[in-house]
Design a binder for this molecule. Structure first.
Ligand code: AFP
Length: 300
């Protein structure tokens, strides 16, 4: 079976980009091992005032150190760090954006969590998602999988017992489908979102939501449907972040024939104003994205 290395070479990726992707993907192994030993909550809070799980901090420090030492990354913006990190000595000009441990509050319940990464060229982290060179996520579930795009379609790898990623599926396409997952409490949803959910439920859509974005998106990628984290009354930007959560996953969705929107615009066209900017998110199959847009237009 094709390895990650063979796949990247066959895609004609720049050598430095191949090395960077492989380096990031390799961190899944130490992260998996660390789940056993880092279960307790750390005392620190991140920039949003949220309690940081020990694994958030640990995986953030691990990947930051590895990328800093690689000499390939000029700038790094992490959901877990207040400031953008600059590595002035880098020989390559990649800019990495990441959520090192998405869904970390679920680690203690042993549900699947993941690491989300986007890679830009040009050394600047504040770029529209459409300009990504690559996007990937590692999902720590029953298997460790790597879902990757280098802008030429999406493929999924699984890590074998020796730590080698082997291709499970190439040219992944999001089918039209009827799964939906939504964050926020029903009383807090804005009217357009409530109208959308009423419509999909009336159409027989099935609710699937764990509270781990990366895991919830992965089943949408495989089976079709939509993941939503809407604008809430009193929180018009919702909860998730444009740079770390919307942009890399949206790029993967688009490469698989789906799309991402905030209900009004395609989020891949939006240039982030600042690294920690939040946005409402609707990401998934084209049938659902069309319905979101129609509903938002109608209920205005
Ligand atoms: P944590 O990383 O704090 O667990 O947050 C996860 C997350 O950002 C995203 O992965 C989930 O989809 C979303 O928040 C869940 O939020 P709710 O608990 O409000 O549904």
């Amino acid at each position: 079976m094709t390895t990650l290395n063979e796949y990247l070479e066959s895609m004609g990726c720049e050598t430095d980009l191949c090395t960077l992707i492989e380096l990031i993907a390799e961190q899944a192994q130490p992260i998996r091992e660390a789940f056993i030993t880092h279960q307790a909550y750390a005392e620190s809070e991140n920039v949003y005032g949220e309690r940081q799980a020990a694994m958030d901090t640990w995986s953030d420090e691990l990947i930051t150190r590895v990328l800093g030492e690689s000499g390939l990354v000029r700038a790094l913006s992490s959901e877990e760090q207040d400031e953008v990190r600059i590595f002035p000595g880098a020989k390559a000009e990649y800019a990495v954006v990441m959520d090192p441990m998405d869904g970390s509050s679920l680690i203690q319940t042993n549900l699947a969590v993941g690491t989300i990464v986007g890679i830009f060229g040009g050394g600047d982290v504040l770029q529209p998602g459409r300009d990504l060179k690559a996007a990937l996520y590692m999902l720590y579930g029953p298997m460790t999988t790597l879902t990757l795009t280098v802008g030429k379609g999406v493929c999924i790898f699984a890590m074998d017992h020796g730590g080698i990623y082997r291709l499970l599926e190439r040219d992944v396409r999001i089918p039209d489908g009827n799964l939906y997952g939504t964050g926020g409490g029903r009383p807090d949803w804005i009217d357009q979102h409530a109208a959308f959910i009423t419509t999909v439920e009336a159409d027989g859509a099935k609710l699937r939501y764990t509270g781990s974005y990366v895991a919830d998106f992965h089943q949408i990628l495989k089976y079709g449907g939509i993941y939503c984290y809407p604008a809430l009354k009193g929180k018009p930007k919702g909860k998730l972040r444009l740079l770390y959560e919307a942009i890399p996953i949206g790029f993967i969705a688009a490469q698989a024939g789906g799309a991402i929107t905030d209900g009004h615009i395609d989020l891949l066209d939006l240039k982030p104003a600042e690294p920690h900017q939040r946005t409402p998110i609707y990401v998934g199959s084209m049938n659902m994205i069309s319905l979101v847009k129609e509903t938002f237009e109608r209920s205005g």
